[in-house]
Design a protein around this ligand. Structure first.
Ligand code: 5GP
Ligand code: ZN
Length: 137
């Protein structure tokens, strides 16, 4: 664990997060500023900064978990599509330097880009996470 890292702290439960999926190597939780409700971040539990640093085992685990989360978002939120995205290094817009894949619900009529995201309306953060967790059981 990197003690200065926000996502390590969420993985260690030292900071709150709406966790929707977990396995031995990965964790998925909702982004606080989603491009659409349900926008999730999939991380390796073991700290690595980005696609250049992550090891093969964690990369494969993150890809696998991202697909599981994509299926859950489709089922829970009746999405019309899903974007997968990853920012690697500051030059590519990375802000949190713990590797993470964005899994983003999309709906017909959305503009090509929904960035930047915006916070959830009151009560919607927990409600959306509950819906997705139900789709994973
Ligand atoms: P990136 O590093 O790929 O640009 O994006 C980092 C993402 O982390 C952003 O979409 C941002 O909204 C999200 N984020 C930043 N701080 C927090 C936080 O404390 N909790 C959660 N759940 N997401 C965060
Ligand atoms: Zn970290």
């Amino acid at each position: 664990m990197n003690t200065d890292c926000l996502f390590c702290k969420i993985a260690a439960r030292e900071l709150p997060g709406q966790i929707i999926y977990e396995d031995a190597e990965t964790l998925a939780f909702l982004d606080i500023n989603p491009v659409n409700p349900g926008h999730a971040l999939v991380i390796p539990k073991k700290h690595s900064a980005d696609v250049f640093e992550i090891d093969d085992k964690d990369w494969i685990a993150v890809m696998r978990a991202s697909r599981i989360v994509a299926h859950a978002l489709e089922k829970a939120l009746k999405t019309d599509g899903i974007n997968l995205g990853m920012n690697n290094r500051a030059g590519a817009g990375q802000v949190v330097f713990h590797a993470h894949v964005h899994v983003m619900p999309r709906f017909a009529g959305d503009p090509h880009s929904l960035w930047p995201g915006k916070p959830y309306a009151e009560g919607e953060f927990a409600k959306t996470a509950d819906k997705i967790r139900s789709a994973l059981t």
